[in-house]
Ligand binder design. Structure first.
Ligand code: ATP
Length: 882
């Protein structure tokens, strides 16, 4: 079918697909969507619940637990075996639910960032999410678009597409509408076809969708390559590695403990084995992996609510260590709401509102501004187009020359679209019967291509004196942070097709300054970033003087800083750039390629760089940055595809908020890890102590399973949802090379584990006074469970609870309540009590358990309060900044 499509003419192709030039009717499109399914590649086969459920059983832990169940069975504890199996099943069920929850949340994020396509439906041009495209749809393509389906070109205007994702060829390929004949050419040679997954780098076109989703060439390749594996984030990897190593060490210690107790003849084979198994179960942090995934997923949901859409979990981690943010100016730091201010024309400076349409030079300036311009105003006062051009059209309206009437009288013959490399935009008209090129653009670019200047007396040669006058006017505007646009015209010998070489030999017609005020929130956000040790750099296509003035207003440019323009950057070697880098706050008149150089220079200094971008050419820099940030409103699909974060509101302040959230997520993960590991350490220490002191095992494996898998998971998740503390911005960015489990964390884990173990063993001894191992074990189990539930509050953050706010994290209260209820069920419900090998406790024993369980938390809170007190008294220890 496809082979025939590139052999057909556009009209034949339309007929073949049952489509029409006005696009499919809505009902027909809906029918085809039903028939072909959504236009998306199957992302690996979706896992079925049962598959996920069984996957929960395939690690080392399960082998150990099955071993424990078998040993219990051999020791005559059929009930224990039952509990172990029940806990295992419950854990697998919980794991399955968590998996699908995380999956759903990532899917809803993907939907937020899913690309859109401009489609003709029932004669109207509409914007649709790309998954809703169907064969037979007519789609408009322009530079910056991601081709979302395979299609036959119906119309083509200088179209170039990058097909590297399909063919590996990085040079963009030129396309046309000519039908091909003869055998099947390779993809790259099918000039009248475009393929899903390619990027439009230049020009525009209209295509007829021929196939969608897995039926496209990309779908075929995806099918050939098989399923894509879900990647683990570096954090998940390092934690999995840690768990693996820990399991190996624990197994070795278990073997040792078993050998010691068995061969010393203190315990029988079964009891010695029970010891070893208890130790293994105590030590392995079963819930760790899933907790990290849950916390990361919850973090991304929160960020999405605050307009920062993360495309993968990995970037959430990188965000937390961002130390440099390179931001565009227009629209990100500023409001992108331009209004014209003053004009310079024929050597005269005047307010734009005072322009005289009877004055020939002033009238010409206005004509160029309105004709070399695509923005339009609607009757309801709204406007469509680039904000710079909207400002010009509003200006025309204000001085009594509506753009629409002027354009109707002067049909455009040809045009050269604006691009931020050239910084010019030109259009060709017949003015008084003479082909005339009207151009607007950056002042320095246009002035360098001018030979004359327009005055009240007509064009005069552009002498050195005129050059200086124009430059002075430009500097006066730019110095106030105003954006300056220059205008020129040129008469052409004939009205043929325009070439880039025609953009020279201008008569310089004048300048217009525009105000684009900074976003008020940018100033605060830059200050916040600075407080958090994050450097903000402005990278803009605008003039150096304008950019520096705005950067100064926002707080990016300080005394002693440097501004550089693209030409100066080109003249610098990498070594020179490296040396000057820390002082450069503004890069002006840069082309997108410069962005890569700037990212790499900061990365050479070991910094983690976030970089914004919106254009097609920004994509490589977005990919190169540690966190590529695309603009959700004004950004091209290509830039969104390359980025790892999309700003739904194009606002710089959102980046800083996301960085704070990234730091918060990382801190929460660290706190949850501290909570889980310190609890496990307490269990290990208690078992080891009992083994070396030749006491009975303080816990049965079911006890530890109950804690590790049930009562510990609840506070761990609650810790993961802790709100980002304001103090997070008082610390420097996290060093990405520093491991999560660093020395201070491990020492804290050990210290807190010791405290909880001491309380647990005290309860064990109290229970063992009467010689009852069952009572001792029940008291030890109850104390360890409750102490770990209390400990959940201490792990919410480095500060004492009175600072964090007891009710600041409702979930932590619920988790505590839920954990206590589960423990109470085990202690008080006779059936469960038997299953958990527990004995009834008296009122005073329960009071002892509660008191001992609370003691470690009380002590930890006391120490934290003491630190706060000492810090407030000016005792600056390193810990004060925590
Ligand atoms: P940023 O890179 O921060 O978004 P910017 O919008 O100023 O800044 P560009 O869009 O690349 O960057 O514009 C560069 C220069 O080109 C501007 O300073 C202006 O002089 C000129 N310019 C901008 N828009 C147009 C346009 N629509 N037509 C002609 N020239 C323009």
């Amino acid at each position: 079918m496809k082979k025939e499509l590139y052999e057909l003419t556009p009209a034949q192709a339309l007929e073949r697909l049952g489509a029409s030039e006005g696009g499919l009717a809505a009902a027909e499109a809906a029918r085809r969507l039903e028939e072909h399914g959504p236009n998306q590649l199957a992302e690996g086969r979706k896992k079925r619940p049962l598959q996920v459920f069984f996957e929960q059983f395939k690690d080392l832990l399960v082998i150990i637990l099955i071993l424990a169940a078998l040993i219990s069975l051999a020791a005559g504890g059929g009930e224990s075996t039952l509990v172990i199996v029940a806990v295992l099943l419950l854990n697998a069920a919980l794991g399955t639910v968590q998996y699908f929850k995380a999956e759903r949340s990532m899917e809803s994020l993907k939907a937020l960032s899913s690309p859109t396509a401009k489609v003709l439906r029932g004669g109207e041009r509409v914007e649709l999410p790309s998954p809703r495209l169907v064969p037979g749809d007519i789609v408009f393509l322009e530079a910056g678009d991601l081709v979302a389906a395979d299609g036959r070109l119906l119309e083509c205007h200088s179209l170039k597409v990058d097909e590297s994702s399909l063919t590996g060829e990085s040079e963009p390929v030129e396309k046309n509408v000519q039908a091909l004949s003869g055998g099947q050419p390779p993809l790259g040679d099918q000039k009248c076809m475009v393929f899903s997954g390619s990027l439009v780098t230049y020009g525009r076109a209209v295509m007829l969708v021929t196939s969608t989703g897995m039926d496209t060439e990309l779908g075929r390749i995806a099918r050939l390559m098989g399923q894509t594996q879900q990647r683990r984030t570096p954090l998940q990897k390092s934690l999995d590695d840690f768990s693996g190593k820990l399991a190996a060490v624990i197994l070795a210690i278990c073997a040792l403990v078993f050998a010691l107790s068995f061969f010393r003849g203190q315990l029988g084979l079964v009891d010695s084995l029970m010891f070893a198994v208890a130790l293994a179960v105590a030590a392995i942090p079963e819930a760790l992996g899933s907790i990290v995934t849950i916390v990361l997923a919850l973090g991304t949901q929160k960020m999405a609510r605050q307009n920062a859409i993360m495309k993968d979990l990995k970037s959430v981690e990188s965000l937390g260590s961002v130390s440099v943010i390179c931001s565009d100016k227009t629209g990100t730091l500023t409001q992108n709401r331009m209004t014209v201010q003053q004009a310079w024309v024929g050597g005269e400076l005047l307010p734009c509102s005072a322009l005289q349409t009877q004055n020939a030079a002033q009238s010409r300036l206005l004509d160029i501004a309105l004709l070399a311009c695509d923005a339009t105003l609607s009757p309801d006062g709204g406007a469509v187009g680039d904000p710079t051009e909207i400002a010009l059209v509003r200006w025309g309206d204000a001085v009594g020359r509506p753009a629409a009437a002027l354009r109707a009288a002067h049909p455009r013959l040809e045009e050269l679209a604006f691009d931020s490399d050239r910084k010019l935009m030109s259009a060709l008209f017949l003015v008084g019967g003479v082909p005339t090129l009207y151009t607007k653009g950056a002042m320095d670019v246009l002035l360098a291509r001018s030979t004359h200047v327009l005055t009240a007396q007509g064009p005069v040669p552009l002498t050195e004196e005129w050059l200086q006058r124009i430059t002075r006017a430009n500097n006066a505007f730019s110095g106030q942070g105003l954006r300056v646009l220059a205008f020129g015209f040129r008469l052409l010998p004939q009205a043929g097709p325009l070439r880039l070489e025609d953009e020279q030999g201008y008569t310089f017609a004048g300048l217009v300054s525009m105000m684009d005020p900074p976003r008020p929130e940018s100033i605060q956000a830059v200050a916040d970033a600075k407080r958090g040790g994050i450097r903000t750099i402005m990278i803009t296509g605008d003039h150096k003087v304008t950019a520096t003035a705005i950067a100064r207003q926002i707080g990016i440019f300080a005394q002693g800083d440097l501004s550089l323009d693209g030409a100066e950057l080109n003249a610098m070697s990498d070594a020179q750039l490296d040396e000057a880098l820390p002082r450069i706050s503004v890069y002006a008149r840069v082309a997108p390629e410069h962005k890569i150089r700037i990212v790499e220079a900061w990365q050479r200094r070991g910094c983690v760089v976030a970089m914004t971008g919106d254009g097609v050419n920004d994509a490589p820099a977005l990919k190169r940055a540690d966190v590529g940030v695309a603009m959700g409103v004004t950004g091209t699909e290509v830039s969104k595809d390359a980025a790892s974060m999309i700003l739904a509101d194009d606002n710089f302040a959102t980046i800083v908020k996301a960085v704070v959230n990234g730091r918060g997520v990382f801190a929460n993960i660290k706190n949850a890890v501290q909570f889980l590991l310190s609890g496990n350490t307490a269990g290990i220490l208690a078992v080891l102590y009992a083994s070396f002191a030749s006491l009975p095992a303080p816990f049965a494996p079911v006890h530890l399973l109950f804690i590790n898998l049930l009562t510990d998971s609840l506070p761990a998740i609650a810790i993961g949802t802790e709100a980002a503390r304001p103090g997070l911005l008082d610390q420097p960015p996290r060093d990405p090379t520093r491991p999560l489990l660093d020395r201070p964390l491990l020492l804290t884990v050990l210290g807190q584990g010791l405290l909880i173990a001491a309380a647990t063993l005290a309860a064990f001894h109290l229970g063992y006074q009467g010689g009852s191992a069952a009572l001792a074990s029940t008291m030890a189990f109850a104390t360890l469970t409750l102490a770990r539930l209390f400990h959940g509050f201490s792990c919410r953050g480095p500060e004492p609870l009175f600072r964090l706010g007891f009710r600041g994290n409702r979930l932590s209260l619920l988790a505590f309540g839920g954990g206590v209820a589960l423990l109470a069920a085990v202690l008080f419900l006779p059936g469960l009590r038997t299953l958990f090998l527990a004995v009834p406790l008296t009122g005073s024993q329960l009071a002892q358990v509660a008191g001992l369980a609370f003691a470690p938390t009380a002590l930890i809170q006391l120490l934290k309060s003491l630190r706060v007190f000492l810090c407030s008294r000016g005792r600056k220890t390193a810990d004060c900044n925590k």
